[in-house]
Design a protein around this ligand. Structure first.
Ligand SMILES: C[S@@+](CC[C@H](N)C(=O)[O-])C[C@H]1O[C@@H](n2cnc3c(N)ncnc32)[C@H](O)[C@@H]1O
Length: 234
């Protein structure tokens, strides 16, 4: 395991589910951009079509040299100048790396160039953010397992950055990292609003489904943000 794999390990299950929730299945060509040693590229391969061409790309040769998984091709290259043809890739993941790029807009433009029309980019970033924690009636469970947009414009700056580069269908999901070892909905439910979440209350619970019993005061918490967007069709 490299340093990133060790650092991310307590959150690995949450990050994996969150990435899968944002990713369409069946990619024929998939790219893990700034992949580090590629330990998450095997997750990408699991959402791609069997036999897909799955690439792990990083500019750090020592990272790429750490690991070799079957079914994954490894590339040493700079994210600002992808050594890939135009409109070749169905799905691109970029995890914990966007903040490291000298020219983020330029990398997003490279992602646009290399994606096929209607191809998907999924960006994951984690950090401390101001949140207001929603408390839901006891026993409430969401009727859909996909997280709706977070409340209070959480992640809005990142969303707008992606929209400004011309991506369509931009969606954002937010997860509390402190809940990484619990069911996935425990990580996103405190961050969404009544207008966006449909809840069911299990038998015997109190409270009104769909209305938070409390909205907390602003506080800082560690959050995983997942932003996805699609290249326009034409
Ligand atoms: C925090 S690590 C994340 C690695 C991996 N995505 C993960 O989640 O485990 C960030 C990675 O971005 C890579 N990176 C930074 N700038 C890059 C660039 N311009 N082109 C390609 N890779 C880059 C670094 O070498 C490093 O492996």
């Amino acid at each position: 395991m490299n340093d990133y794999a060790v650092l991310h390990e307590p959150y690995a299950a949450l990050v994996r589910v969150a990435l899968r929730q944002a990713s369409p299945e069946g990619a024929v060509v998939a790219l893990d951009l700034a992949a580090g040693d590629g330990h998450k590229t095997t997750w990408l391969a699991s959402v791609a079509q069997p036999g897909a061409w799955v690439l792990a790309l990083d500019h750090d040769r020592t990272q790429i040299a750490c690991r070799k998984s079957s079914g994954v091709a490894y590339l040493v290259a700079d994210a600002h100048h992808l050594p890939l043809g135009t409109a070749q890739v169905d799905l691109i993941w970029c995890i914990a790396a966007l903040h490291l790029f000298a020219d983020r807009a330029g990398v997003l433009d490279e992602i646009q160039r290399t994606l096929r029309p209607r191809g998907t980019v999924v960006l994951a970033v984690a950090g401390d953010y101001w949140i207001r924690r929603r408390t839901w009636p006891a026993g409430s469970v969401p009727s859909a397992m996909q997280p709706p947009e977070p409340a209070d414009d959480l992640g809005g700056t990142l969303r707008r950055t992606v929209e400004e580069r011309g991506f369509a269908d931009v969606r954002i999901a937010a997860y509390l990292l402190e809940a990484a070892d619990q069911a996935i909905e425990v990580a996103w439910m405190p961050l969404v609003d009544a207008a966006t979440v449909q809840l069911k209350t299990v038998s015997g619970a109190t409270g009104v489904p769909g209305l938070p019993v409390n909205i907390g005061e602003p506080e800082i918490a560690a959050v995983l943000l997942i932003v996805s967007g699609r290249k326009r069709a034409g």
